[in-house]
Design a protein around this ligand. Structure first.
Ligand SMILES: [Zn+2]
Ligand SMILES: [Zn+2]
Length: 155
């Protein structure tokens, strides 16, 4: 689904849409979507660039980093994207201008492809070590028992 920048020429354009994505878009190979991702955002034209602000939400089934059990992780990811026209001079190298909550990217065509934007942002939102619960006990390192479900006799 494409959002054309020209739709925001006069006034900010509201993007509210479900975005169907294949689970293969998730960088974590064992993760899959448990809900259709949804974007609720505004595309606004600024003086010399565009900005997208809003939120992406979905649910992902992902294995717990401690006990390895898949669990449903709700994701609600705020968006603050600054879209700059890609400089056309030769040798331009894209620099990652990273602020904490400010993401800058360059466009060469005056549009965004929602599937690409949403999958990229969900991958950014996935935690490095997802935990099924903050006090997940994990697996016994010796016998592999899931210590959330029972105890073992190892020390
Ligand atoms: Zn766990
Ligand atoms: Zn054990």
């Amino acid at each position: 689904m494409e959002i054309l920048f020209e739709w925001a020429q006069e006034e900010p354009y509201r993007i509210t849409s479900d975005v169907e994505l294949e689970s293969s878009r998730l960088v974590e190979g064992h993760a899959s979507f448990a809900a259709v991702p949804h974007i609720d955002a505004t595309l606004a034209r600024m003086k010399d660039h565009y900005e997208i602000e809003g939120n992406i939400s979905t649910k992902v089934m992902i294995p717990c980093a401690r006990c390895l059990e898949p669990f449903e992780l709700p994701i609600s990811h705020p968006l603050h994207l600054v879209l700059l026209p890609r400089p056309s001079y030769p040798g331009f190298v894209e620099l990652e201008l990273n602020d904490d909550d400010l993401d800058t990217s360059f466009y060469s065509e005056e549009k965004v492809v929602l599937e690409d934007l949403v999958s990229e942002q969900i991958n950014l939102a996935l935690p490095m070590r997802p935990l099924c619960s903050p006090d997940c006990k994990g697996l016994c390192l010796t016998c592999g028992t899931d210590l959330n479900r029972g105890s073992c006799t190892c020390r």
